[in-house]
Every structure is written in C-alpha cells, then in structure tokens.
Design a protein around this ligand. Structure first.
Ligand SMILES: Cc1ncc(COP(=O)(O)O)c(C=O)c1O
Length: 431
C-alpha cells in the first residue's frame, strides 16, 4: 500500500465516522456537534498560524485580523459569563485546568477536591494535571444519596486542611455544587476557589444550573465543546477586576499560566470558532440549555418508569444534561457495547460503590447533542424505549440499529445556531 492509499484510508474512516454518527443516537455527555459557521472557521487560514502573546503584543507579525478575532472572542466571553476577565486561549478544558494549577498552586501545596470515583475529572486527580503539578490532593466527603459533596464534611475539611486551592466541578454532574457555602469557608482560610465547569459551561452561560462567579468562585474553567457547543477547546473566566496590586498579580499569574505556562500556538482557528459559538450561545443559548435539561429530565423519568435504576429520583433525576444509570454489578461495559451495536452511543461509568474504573456498574447519558439536532421530550420517550429494548428486553441489536437509523433520518440539522438547516454530520467533500 502506498502512502496516498494510507491518506485515503484515513479520509475514508472519517467519512464512515460521519455517516455512523449521522445515523445514530449520540448520548455521550461530553460531546456535541458544530454549527456551520463554527465549522467554516476550522478550514480557514487561521489554522496554520501562530499568535503567541496577547492582542497587540505579539511575538509574530501577521496577527492583525486574528487580534480582532481574539478581542471579539474575549468580549463575547465576558458578556456570556458576566465577568471582567476571559482567556480563550486554552486548547482544552484540561489545558485550562493545567494553566490554573500552574498559576495558583506550587508543587507540594495542598488542594481539596472530590475523588475521581465521586465524579471529579482526572485533570484534578493524581494521575492527571494536578499530579503532574505535584499537588497534594485531599478529598471532600461525598453524599451518595444526594449525589453531591457532603457540605458539612467538606466545610470541616477545608477549615482543618487550610488548602491553597479549593477545587470544584465534576464529570458526573447531576446537581449544582453547594458553592456559596463552601467558597465562603475556603475564603475564610485564604484559599482561592476554582470551579471546573467543563460539562455545564453552556448551561451556566445560559443562566441555568448555577452561577459560580456570583457564588464565590475566583476562577471558572471549562470546555468549549460540551453543553457550550463550540469547537474543541477550553477557556478561563474570572470576575476579579485587578483593582488592587494583589488582584492585579492574581490576574497576571492566570495569564502567565496560559502562556508561556501551557500553550504556545493556541489553535487560532478554534479561537475564531469559539467566538462564533459564544455569539450563537448569546443568541440561542437560553432556549438550548432549557430544552437540554428538560430532555435529560424526561429521559431519566421514562427510563425509570421502564425499570432502570436512574440516580436522583428525589431531585427529578438531574438538574443538568446528564443522567447516571446503574445497570448492575460490573455490567456497564457490556451495556454500552450492546447499545453501541444498536447505534446508541454511551459510555460506561462508575456509580457510587464502584471501585474499579475499568469494570464499572453504570452508564452516563447526556441529552445535549440530541437536543442540538432538534429532539424534544416526545423523542426522549422513543430514545428510552430503544434503550429498554436493548438492555432489558435483549431484542436483537441489528433490528434496533435499523429502527434507530430510520428514526434519526428526520433529525439531521443543527439547531440553536445561525444558518440552521445545515446538516450536522455532513462531510466537506474536498476530493
Ligand atoms: C469536569 C471536567 N473537567 C475537565 C475536562 C477536560 O476537558 P477537555 O476534554 O476539554 O480537556 C472534562 C472532560 O470531560 C471534565 O469532565
């Protein structure tokens, strides 16, 4: 096989992937699809350029138009999160977290955080960015029934440990963090409060879930491709205004954490797409976030009625885009494989009581992508029925796969964006 065949092979695989996702029900809670305008940005010349530094203060020439784009992205980000500081350069949520850890904590110092087994992301775990920074991690107690941090236990821990940073935010994130209470305690002991909004960034921007910057977070990080449906990337916002010398220093450290801390080129085409995603979210985000949460709640309700053990019955199953479902001891992987064969894309997930992340007992589901392609509560009933027929009734997956593809035919366009009506999974035919 020659190298061109290799190149064509890769292209063919990506086309197959587009086709697969266009015919399936994507329910992975961290994913989404791009609007046509955002997508267009990814094919621009920005892709090949460098812009180290900040607008107007670059190491490279040729940044005139990009400076305008980055300034606009920052302006829109500040509007979206009603804050005075925004950095749109981090190339991922993980990179944003790394930058904040670089800026605000030194190796050997202590941060309090949830355990990854209770929903924290690996970037705040010992095997991820926090470990890489040499941070000493102490875990908050978790209340399995409430699926939330145990407030009294966490407050006591923060008072005892006096951490440098109090870290919050989850990958399994069904209910808002009791941030107001815990941020107050953290500030009492002079800790900075960092809220990782990766999953729920779009919900927060739209005024749902919670408002971390008003509830005491000094810094909020996030991914720009989950419930905020832009290009893959990250961002950092803060409402610190730099009015005192100490506060100026704090913002300078944040800025320095991103560059030269953890970026060099920061994927300029993605910054352009972020700016457009922010504009789209300012225009359509409220409707989108509201429907996303309603859809998750409806899906949870129907799955529960059909016999699934969905977490959070007492709070309506979720206040976000996510659901957590217990399938059975060590049965998460098998369930996600069966669903995949039927064209329903999910991920296995640990549930309270699990100890082995490679053999978990549950599934995590997210409604944000199905909502983006126009599905509402009625469609969630249908989706729940497909899931039940695969997992509980054990109907042949090939049969369901066909029905799923038929059902998907009417939901191809991206919604809640400019130029609605374009197909989300369409391939840009270059050759
Ligand atoms: C809570 C949380 N933080 C950070 C991240 C990392 O984000 P990214 O994939 O953009 O690096 C994730 C990923 O899903 C997450 O769930």
């Amino acid at each position: 096989m020659g190298w061109y065949e290799d190149a064509l092979y890769v292209r063919e695989q990506s086309m197959k992937n587009n086709e697969f996702f266009g015919n399936s029900l994507p329910l992975i809670a961290s994913e989404n699809i791009l609007s046509p305008l955002c997508k267009e940005m990814l094919l621009t010349d920005f892709h090949g350029r460098y812009a180290e530094g900040t607008p107007g203060n670059r190491y490279y020439e040729g940044c005139e138009f990009f400076d305008n784009v980055e300034l606009k992205a920052m302006e829109l980000a500040k509007k979206l999160f009603k804050c005075s500081y925004a950095d749109v350069r981090p190339t991922a949520g993980t990179t944003a977290n790394m930058a904040v850890l670089k800026a605000l904590i030194k190796p050997g110092e202590t941060a309090t955080v949830l355990d990854t087994a209770d929903g924290a992301h690996i970037s705040f775990g010992k095997w991820g960015a926090a470990g890489l920074r040499g941070v000493n991690l102490v875990h908050y107690p978790f209340n399995d029934e409430e699926m939330n941090i145990d407030i009294d236990g966490a407050a006591k821990l923060i008072r005892e440990i006096k951490p440098k940073l109090a870290l919050f935010g989850q990958s399994v994130f069904l209910v808002p963090t009791p941030l107001e209470e815990l941020a107050e305690v953290a500030h009492e002991v002079d800790a900075y409060v960092v809220y990782d909004a990766a999953h729920v960034l779009g919900l927060i921007a739209a005024g749902y879930f919670q408002d971390p910057l008003r509830e005491g977070a000094d810094v909020m990080t996030g991914s720009t491709h989950k419930t905020l449906p832009g290009p893959q990337g990250g961002m950092i916002v803060s409402d610190h205004k730099g009015e005192t010398d100490e506060d100026k220093k704090f913002l300078r450290k944040l800025n320095f954490g991103v560059f030269p801390g953890v970026t060099s080129s920061y994927h300029l085409h993605h910054v352009a797409a972020k700016a457009i995603a922010f504009a789209e979210h300012l225009e359509f985000g409220r409707d989108y976030a509201k429907q996303t949460i309603k859809n998750a709640q409806k899906l949870g309700e129907v799955l529960y009625e059909k016999g699934f053990e969905v977490f959070g019955e007492k709070f309506g199953f979720t206040k976000s885009h996510q659901l957590l479902v217990r399938i059975g001891e060590g049965k998460g992987k098998e369930a996600s494989k069966m669903l995949y064969e039927a064209g329903i894309v999910t991920n296995m997930n640990m549930v309270p009581g699990d100890e082995n992340p490679l053999n978990p007992s549950g599934l995590r589901l997210g409604s944000q992508e199905l909502t983006r392609i126009g599905m509402k509560e009625d469609e969630m009933e249908k989706v729940a029925d497909f899931i039940k027929r695969v997992i509980i009734d054990k109907e042949p997956t090939e049969k369901i796969r066909k029905e799923v593809a038929d059902f998907r035919r009417n939901y191809q366009n991206v919604h809640y964006c400019f130029h609605e009506g374009f197909k989300g999974y369409e391939y840009h035919k270059l050759v």
